[in-house]
Write a new protein. Sequence first.
Length: 256
Amino acid sequence: MNLIKSLLDGLFPEFTQVFKNPCGQTAATVLRICIGPRAIAVMAESEFEDAVKAVCQGRVMKRKLQALHHVARTSIGIEAGAESVSSEVSFLIENHRLIEQRLLLMKETLARLVHLTYEGKYLLSIIGLSYISVAGMLAELGSFSSYQNAKQLIKMAGSNPTESESGGKRRSHTPISKQGRPVLRHCGWTAVIPMLRFNSDFRDWAKKLRERPAHANPINGREVVVAAVNKLLRLAFALVKKQTFYRTPVPQPAGT
């Protein structure tokens, strides 16, 4: 994506002003058939739209095409060597399309493999946890039958809090050990970010951590995310060991 944008900065700098994502469906089609602004400018607007529609698989963004045709007539893009740059952009666009297809195939394969695992169905019941996150956790942790308690999962991730003192002074924030598997930490981190938004249980829990009084050591930012990773690992271990599916806790009435 960065290579495509950098080449377009010289060839057709106005292109990314019209299409923010040059690898989108309509934009990629334009870059495959008539990359340079001169090639677009010599065509009538209707002719340009018809040419894109004939190749594009799906609906095209008509207003964007009209705007692109307009700026192409006054483009400040280079002319010398434009053909070779156009060929390079076309090659990168095709390569990007192949990569996206490969990623889609890999995601479908991972989803199928997750369903084949014993732990998969329990972990997927957690609201906000995706197939990719579950696949990453299982790839790093292996079978949950190898663990005796959730603390071992947290230690494996290296997200367990550790004391840090230097010269008799203790740090205000408690760091994590980072002695576990970094890929597992990354999987846990990327998994809980959407959960803190879309899972009401995690969202309300995080809110309490942030808003608790000063004497109760409120936490914020990265500390909340790390705590959420540990909460997720404890929850995952409990669901698998008890062979039960996730259920959002029912809010208790005030005063109970």
